[in-house]
Ligand binder design. Structure first.
Ligand code: TYD
Ligand code: MG
Length: 472
């Protein structure tokens, strides 16, 4: 038997030049794949993978030094009132009572909604109080920002405008200028020289924001990031951006309306239920201290389908008008069009009204909207929706000085809601004289009205049918 020895030739050293490798990154969740895919297997988004140049992830570029050694919580010093107040009440409240030192806040919103205006106004107030602010604009030249500033009446030597897109240069100027507050408008226009992908791509957004936030925290400097939103309304870039920051605010409003609503969707230092209401004027954003008055200003008198409901937004009850139109379906399947409320909720309440309220409404087209461009999500508006639909269907107006609130269950029962007292007080302040509310709440009410008893006529109901008997 002969043994054949295989004499392996040593492999030749590679002489192929290093090629730039590309990687496909999902622009919505950051998932990476070596080849293109039509649908991201991670977040199921279609057509979201974009080719980027692969890079070695370099982390931990720390410019500023901070003490990060473990310490017992008892020896740490932090006070709740260590907050910077902008003086814009609506903003301070949404932030949880002012800007926390070292916090990172992301502000998202449609283009042209007023993000830059809001931030410029807010930091101008800070600057007027002697706080040094660096406003980095990656979208507008210093001149353009100046023109906007003049329109808003911004004059302060403590407000520094810097048109720059490179993260390294921004960090460098922060180091030299030592501002107390940093604004980055917008994070999608920033890039770091360590990555080759273009600004706005997932890797750039993730890297620049993490570096900026990391360094800002090291020197206790609050940082504001403006974020663009995608077609479907979420902040462009990976979701990780929302994880990295302490607070995520959305600035919303309907096109054509001058109301703007600032809503917190995440806040490590405050409630996420708070909203701030602003009005866009020709000289910038004005605070709306009493939004109910504004939302009800143009309310039609004695129109069927118009009902005022009370929605608790954070600590504040807001009175808003719901309007509906119920028309017989001419052809085919009945249509439902809903603006400002979840579509499925209205479909559900329509079914309850048909079955438990005894109205033959299912085969009608239904159009329902919340006026003023605000979006309502609270269950307490259920009863108001039903009252509005019934009112238009029966063509009987709800008395104009009546306010309705309560949650409605599938059996047509009216269930109690939280915080009835502040809602009643708000209605009283605005001149309402009757309130239809869940009986459960009525039995527990204690302190309402200026002198302990409300001048409002309070009517407690237990079912949809009972509410209809009271109203129509
Ligand atoms: P802007 O802050 O540039 O929006 P964003 O930064 O969110 O893209 O807001 C621009 C819009 O606001 C623009 O349509 C004009 C309007 N506007 C006013 O109505 N009044 C003003 O005083 C300012 C500065 C802007
Ligand atoms: Mg802008």
């Amino acid at each position: 038997m002969s043994i054949i020895k295989l004499n392996k030739t040593p492999s030749k050293p590679s002489i192929i030049m290093a090629k730039t490798k590309s990687v496909y990154t999902c622009q919505s969740c950051g998932f990476k794949s070596p080849k293109w895919l039509g649908k991201c297997p991670d977040c199921n988004q279609w057509n979201s993978l974009v080719e980027e140049i692969a890079f070695e992830e370099r982390r931990g570029l720390q410019v500023f030094e901070g003490d990060y050694s473990p310490q017992p919580i008892t020896t740490l010093e932090a006070r709740e009132d260590d907050r910077l107040k902008t003086g814009i009440q609506e903003l301070d409240r949404v932030l949880g009572g002012g800007i926390v030192l070292g916090s990172a806040t992301l502000i998202g919103g449609d283009p042209g909604i007023g993000k830059s205006t809001l931030l410029l106004q807010a930091v101008a107030r800070l600057a007027n109080n002697g706080i040094k602010v660096l406003y980095v604009s990656g979208e507008e030249s210093p001149k353009q920002t100046k023109i906007r500033g003049e329109r808003l009446g911004v004059t302060s030597e403590n407000l520094f405008i810097y048109a720059e897109n490179t993260m390294e240069r921004i960090l460098d100027s922060v180091k030299r200028l030592k501002p107390n507050v940093l604004v980055i408008d917008s994070i999608q226009t920033m890039y770091t020289q360590t990555l080759e992908s273009s600004p706005g791509s997932v890797s750039q957004v993730r890297e620049t924001s993490s570096q900026l936030i990391f360094n800002a925290k090291a020197i206790d400097m609050p940082i504001f990031l403006v974020g663009h939103v995608t077609k479907d309304g979420s902040i462009a870039g990976p979701r990780v951006l929302e994880h990295m920051v302490d607070t995520v605010l959305y600035f919303e409003g309907e096109r054509g309306h001058h109301f703007r609503i600032l809503r917190a969707v995440k806040n490590r230092y405050g409630s996420i239920m708070e909203i701030g209401v602003f009005e866009m004027r020709d000289k910038g954003l004005a605070e709306v201290i009493n939004p109910s008055e504004l939302f009800l200003a143009e309310r039609p008198q004695n129109a069927s389908g118009s009902v005022v409901v009370s929605s608790l937004e954070g600590t504040r009850p807001i009175l808003v008008e719901i309007q509906s139109l119920v028309c017989p379906t001419i052809f085919g399947i009945p249509k439902r069009t809903v603006v400002g409320i979840d579509y499925n909720r209205v479909a559900l309440l329509t079914a309850v009204l048909e079955k438990k309220g005894g109205l033959n409404i299912q085969n009608h087209d239904i159009f329902l909207k919340v006026t003023g461009g605000i979006r309502l999500e609270e269950p307490a508006i259920d009863l108001g929706i039903i009252a509005s639909l019934a009112s238009n269907f029966l063509d009987k107006p709800v008395p104009p000085k009546t306010i309705v609130f309560g949650e409605v269950g599938l059996t047509g029962e009216v269930r109690g809601i939280s915080q009835a007292e502040p809602r009643i007080n708000e209605a009283e302040k605005l001149g309402f004289d009757r309130c239809i509310l869940p009986k459960d709440n009525l039995s527990k009410i204690k302190n309402v009205g200026a002198n302990g008893s409300s001048p409002l006529q309070l009517v407690g109901v237990t079912s949809v049918k009972e509410m209809m008997d009271v109203l129509f």
